[in-house]
Design a protein. Structure first.
Length: 379
């Protein structure tokens, strides 16, 4: 057994260390907001919307309560605009977090689950093509674990079948495809700033980005109970705002995002180089010159004897996590829905394990993780 020097485990994610790096700027910001008397609908969230639209490269950004609301309100706005109608089929990767499916179902739309590619974990364009029918109206493209999922093949399918392309960029803020940020590749995108995300708030927060003015204006109204003017409501909306505190925190952290994503890439490169592929299946590398085409929100391995590896790493002071233990189509909430056969998705969920990767992980911790995995005898 490898002994940790100070006996403290290597954390899977050290949010305290990540946010400590932004003190004292964060404490100044929080104090100013507390003293301002303006806690929602203020200048700070407006500034964040401008900063984030500039960063992603879109004309509009609507800040709101969380990433799930972002997806839901995009779909609701398309229903209002007549681009979607109840019961329409929405293509979605089977291998995603439950929230992506949930947002589709609770708008009265039908999620059609598409198999992934095994080693990128993202949607397979070949499987996507097979699932497109005359009722398909949109694709929710998830950039899972931080890896760009967009490609020429996907673009051609979107164009050919006149689908709306909705990006779920919850896990990939800062990711780039051929010079364009994810979140600006499709018609509209949902982002999450949940505290564990690469750009994390100190609570829940999310955003929508788009270049479509009418869509942006309807989504903004939907976040405000459905009203564009005070006390007049055009739509049956909801209430979902990014408060000033979260916007202030994100304004502080956004200028540092690219640097921390580059640090994540360095760590991922060390794992890809150092971990012996005979022990575990490594995620696919990104191609040469593909700068930030993966923001490494998570570093995931596939291993048949997953429970044994988790136990071994835990005994050696290394925390791990599973993203995710049960795929959306096998969740109890969907027990009455038949999504068809999804063997690759189920294999991934049986074998996947996430190892520590965050910008504050130290070099000696990275080497310990690599050596410990390579010394595993339980393969
Ligand atoms: C792929 C994906 N989509 C959507 C969401 C929902 O975001 P939020 O937690 O901000 O509602 C998440 C959150 O983890 C996610 O990982």
């Amino acid at each position: 057994m490898i002994q940790m020097k100070d006996n403290s485990p290597i954390k899977f994610l050290d949010l305290k260390a990540i946010n400590k790096a932004f003190e004292p700027e964060l404490s100044d910001t929080l104090l100013q907001i507390s003293r301002s008397g303006q806690y929602v609908n203020g200048e700070i969230s407006t500034t964040f919307e401008k900063n984030f639209a500039d960063y992603i490269g879109t004309n509009h950004c609507i800040s709101l309560g969380n990433g799930t609301n972002a997806l839901e309100l995009i779909l609701q706005a398309y229903l209002i605009m007549g681009h979607l109608k109840e019961g329409d089929e929405i293509l979605v990767p089977a291998n995603t977090f439950f929230a992506t499916f949930l947002a589709i179902s609770n708008q009265g739309l039908k999620p059609v689950a598409v198999e992934p590619e095994l080693y990128s974990f993202n949607i397979s364009s070949r499987s996507l093509e097979q699932k497109i029918t005359r009722k398909s109206r949109a694709l929710v493209l998830v950039h899972l674990f931080g890896r760009n999922a967009y490609s020429e093949e996907i673009r051609q399918l979107i164009d050919k079948h006149q689908l709306k392309l909705i990006e779920d960029n919850a896990q990939a803020v800062g990711c780039i495809f051929k010079g364009v940020k994810t979140g600006a590749l499709g018609h509209v995108a949902a982002h999450s700033f949940y505290p564990t995300k690469n750009l994390g708030a100190l609570g829940d927060a999310g955003a929508v980005t788009t270049n479509e003015p009418e869509l942006a204006s309807i989504i903004r109204a939907l976040t405000n109970y459905g009203g564009k003017e005070k006390y007049k409501f055009e739509y049956i909306g909801t209430h979902s705002k990014m408060d000033e505190i979260q916007a202030g925190v994100l304004n502080v952290k956004l200028p540092h995002l690219d640097k921390s994503n580059r640090r994540r890439t360095e760590i991922a490169d060390a794992y890809l180089k150092g971990i012996d592929p005979q022990h575990v299946t490594l995620p696919m590398k990104t191609g040469p010159n593909q700068v930030l085409s993966h923001t490494w929100h998570l570093f995931t391995l596939l291993v048949e004897k997953r429970e044994k590896l988790i136990q071994y790493l835990s005994q050696n002071g290394i925390e791990t996590a599973i993203h995710y233990p049960i795929p959306p189509h096998l969740q109890p909430a969907y027990q009455k829905v038949n999504f068809g056969k999804l063997p690759l998705t189920e294999k991934i969920h049986r074998e996947i394990i996430s190892i520590p990767l965050h910008p504050e992980l130290r070099d000696n911790e990275i080497s310990t993780i690599i050596d410990t995995i390579n010394n595993w005898e339980g393969k």
